[in-house]
Each structure stands twice: as C-alpha cells, then as structure tokens.
Ligand binder design. Structure first.
Ligand SMILES: NC(=O)c1ccc[n+]([C@@H]2O[C@H](COP(=O)([O-])OP(=O)(O)OC[C@H]3O[C@@H](n4cnc5c(N)ncnc54)[C@H](O)[C@@H]3O)[C@@H](O)[C@H]2O)c1
Length: 444
C-alpha cells in the first residue's frame, strides 16, 4: 500500500520505517531540510535503537524514501499519517499549528480518495477539526476520510513497540477507513480497538495522564517513606504484586519528563476545563511532578549542607535511557537549579551531550565519560538510569571522587552494595540501600 508519513521525528520515522519493513511503499515527509538531508545521506536524526538498520534496509529495497515536499507524498499515497509535533501553548492547551499546516497542505495536493490519519497526540475533537479544515481548502470532488490512530510507542524501545503493540486503537467513522487500516496493519498480531474518532483521541490522553498520575502517586509515597523511615522500593513491590495495581510505573525518583507526559497532562487538564470538568487529580499529579526535582534538590542540600562551590557530577541527562530526547528532562531543571545556587556542575550522558550543550548554562563542564565527570566531585547525582551509568566501576568512581556521596534520582543503583563500599547513598524514598532481588521477590 502507498503510505505517506508527515513528520519524521520520534514517532513519524518509526512509523515510516516499520511500515516499509512490513512491505508497504512509504514516503516520509519533513519540512526540516536538515532532517531530510541526514535521512537521504543514510543516517537518522534521532537516537532510537534498531531504527537506523531498518531505515537503511528499506531505502535499499526502495520501500522507503524521504522528501521535503508534502506534494510528493500526498499525490500518490492512499493513507497519509500526520505525525507532526503538537507542543503546548503557555496555557497548557495544545498548539495545533503544525497539524493545521499539514491539513491545509493535504487539501491542496489531494487528487483522489485519501485516508488522513492523525497519529500525533491531539485533543479530543481534533479529528473533526482536521476534516473541516481539509474540506475548507479542498477544491476536488473525491471523498476522503479522517481517522485517529494514536501512538503508544516508548522511546528507546519504539521499534519493538511497533511490531509488538499491546493494542492498536483505530478511531474511524467509515467502514472504508477501518478496512484500509486493518489491511495496513494486517501483519501485526495484536488486539484492535475499533471505536469512534473522539474515543480514540481520548484513549491516548487518558492513558498518558493515568500513567503520569501513577508516577506522581509513588513519588508522593516516597516522600512519606523518607519522612517515616520506610522504604518505597518495598512498598512499591508489595503494592505491585497485586494484579489490580501491577508493578509498572511505580518507580519513584526525580519525576517524569519527555515530550509526552508533561504536555499531555497539561493538555488533558485543559480539555477537562473546556468540557466543564475540573480534572483535579491531574492538576495534583502535575504539581507533584513540578515539585519533585526540588524535593530531590533538597535531599542533596540536606546532605551536603552547602551547595555553593561544591563540585557535583550529574550523570544521565535524557528523560529516560536509550533515547537522546531531552525534552522536559528533569535533569535540566536540576542542573539549572544547582548552577543558580553556585554549584560547579560537570555532566555526562552516553548519547545526548551535543543536544544538551545549547540547553545548559555556560558554566557546566561537559565531561568525556562518567569517570571524568566524577573526578574531584563532592557528590555524584544520577538523573538517568543508563545501563552504562548503572554498571559503572564504583570502586574507580570512589577513588576519583573527593567525597564518596551518591544521590540516586532513579533508585536504580545497588544502594546496599554502594553503602557496603563506603559510599553515602541517598535514593528517593529509599532507606539508604537497596535489597538484592531474586525472582522478583525481596530477600533480606
Ligand atoms: N515521542 C514520543 O514518544 C511520542 C509517543 C506517542 C505520541 N507522540 C506524539 O506524536 C507527535 C509527534 O511527536 P514526536 O516526538 O515524533 O515529535 P518530533 O518533534 O520528534 O517530530 C515531529 C516532526 O514533524 C515535523 N513537522 C512539523 N510540521 C511539519 C510540516 N508542516 N510538514 C512536515 N513536517 C513537519 C518536524 O520537523 C519534526 O521532525 C506528538 O503529537 C507527540 O505527542 C510522541
């Protein structure tokens, strides 16, 4: 099937490359000439494990190509995916400018039946709005459909998530649209949730808001644990074994970031307001997350007493491991706060150093690796649980540091081992060390 994917970012590039891998003929469109240049020259503009090989393979067998011109895609493809960014406005409301531009462009170049599918995360009723926008600018007579097919991939395992999704949600209002989308994804074995466009749009916002709330819940609980001397890892373990709760998204730390949770939460709060529903629970989840970095900063301050002129090594900058995405990464907020308090900060991230440079103050030192970062440090702070960072040679780290103090913003390090090695270890809501785990159960 001929498919056009508009926007070749974290979502669009995965969608384009993996659909091509399923055997479809795909063209990826992006208005950023630099992205198109990189894609045409055989590279990819983002870090996503496994993706580059799929792009290469499918370009070689001529299933995948890229262009900066929307016309090249719209004139041929039967299905057009909108995968452009939907950033937040200052009010939290979704900025639909990019979606509007693409919708107008599609209307201009359509020359036959087209199925226009929104994969971008958009507020409920955007599908209808896309339909109206296309109708307003379309001069032809051919029918078209609009559908919603929200994306649930996780950066860092996006390729796996494309081929093994837990569900595919199709928001459609015609049999033709449903048939085309089922045909497109026929090779993927999963459960299809077929619904109306509005419900599909809501499923996406509701899912992300729920997960963000779960994280804020456990982060609040971590603060209680710190206060009463309990251990949030054990509390989470005990809770998560209840199948009604489940263990996922019960990891406390410095809070969530990334392009999705913060903005989707804000957007959903706004959607509630428009629908005259005060989504108090989501406002609380957002407020807790906004505070969480400062809660962590306070743990650091309490231990170090003075932050001014202290050398702190911040390890891991991305909002989670296995991605180069720094959007809304809590590490950035923490580093700015440390610099504001006169701390000398050195940083290291396995993949995001170049992307981080323009986002951090000039005073920050960009280290070569973990060991270079911790040299003469008064404390080491982990913001992202990259395997490379978690599996550091801590004996070497200890020899290099001025003081053996570790703050674990992801509760990902072996706290007990580090304590036994003579480190002063602080996690978030953790009793200073972490138990050995065997078969998913705790052993003391
Ligand atoms: N990143 C994720 O993990 C994730 C997961 C699920 C859903 N989403 C949603 O998917 C959407 C895209 O997210 P992303 O992370 O891929 O964003 P992104 O910023 O990485 O990519 C968006 C791309 O669209 C391009 N673009 C914007 N306007 C364009 C236009 N008029 N013509 C052609 N190209 C245009 C940009 O140049 C950019 O390359 C957002 O709505 C996001 O909320 C993201």
């Amino acid at each position: 099937m001929d498919v056009c994917v508009v926007g070749t970012g974290y979502v669009g590039l995965v969608q384009a490359a993996c659909l091509a891998d399923l055997g479809h003929c795909v063209i990826g469109i992006d208005h950023d000439p630099e992205k198109i240049r990189i894609l045409e020259s055989g590279g990819i503009p983002i870090y996503e494990p496994g993706l580059e090989a799929i792009v290469r393979r499918n370009k070689k067998r001529k299933h995948l190509r890229f262009s900066g011109q929307l016309r090249d895609g719209v004139e041929r493809a039967k299905i057009i995916f909108i995968c452009v960014n939907t950033p937040p406005l200052d009010t939290g409301e979704t900025d639909l400018t990019y979606v509007a531009n693409v919708s107008r462009g599609i209307a201009k170049y359509m020359n036959g039946y087209r199925l226009i599918v929104s994969k971008s995360t958009v507020p409920v009723e955007t599908g209808r709005w896309i339909e109206k926008t296309v109708k307003r600018f379309y001069r032809g007579k051919q029918p078209f459909d609009v559908a919603s097919n929200p994306e649930f991939l996780r950066e860092g395992s996006a390729v796996h998530d494309f081929f093994h999704p837990e569900r595919i949600v199709l928001g459609v209002d015609s049999k033709r649209a449903e048939r085309l989308l089922r045909e497109l994804y026929a090779k993927i074995k999963t459960r299809f949730v077929v619904t109306d466009i509005e419900s599909a749009e809501l499923i996406k916002h509701a899912s992300n808001s729920f997960l963000a709330t779960k994280i804020s819940f456990i982060n609040s609980l971590a603060r209680v644990c710190d206060s009463v001397g309990a251990d949030v890892l054990q509390v989470a373990e005990g809770m998560g074994l209840d199948s009604r709760i489940g263990p996922k998204f019960l990891q406390s730390g410095i809070g969530f970031g990334g392009f999705c949770f913060p903005k989707d939460l804000a957007a959903f709060i706004h959607i509630g307001e428009k629908a005259n529903v005060d989504l108090k629970i989501l406002r609380a989840a957002r407020a807790i997350n906004d505070e969480q970095v400062f809660y962590f900063l306070d743990l650091i301050r309490q231990r170090l007493k003075v932050l001014r002129r202290k050398n702190i090594a911040v390890l891991g900058l991305t909002f989670k491991p296995n991605t180069d995405d720094l959007r809304y990464a809590p590490s950035l907020k923490l580093i700015h706060a440390l610099i504001d308090r006169g701390t000398r900060v050195s940083v290291y991230d396995p993949v995001a150093m170049n992307k981080a440079r323009p986002l951090l103050p000039d005073q920050v030192r960009f280290a070569e690796n973990t060991y270079d970062a911790v040299r003469n440090a008064d404390a080491m702070v982990v913001c992202t649980e990259w395997p490379k960072i978690v599996r550091t040679d801590f004996g070497k780290v200890k020899r290099l540091m001025r003081k053996p103090i570790i703050f674990d913003g992801r509760n990902a390090l072996p706290g007990k081992l580090l304590t036994d090695m003579g480190f002063i270890y602080t996690g978030v809501g953790v009793r200073g060390w972490r138990e050995n785990r065997k078969n998913g159960l705790l052993f003391y």
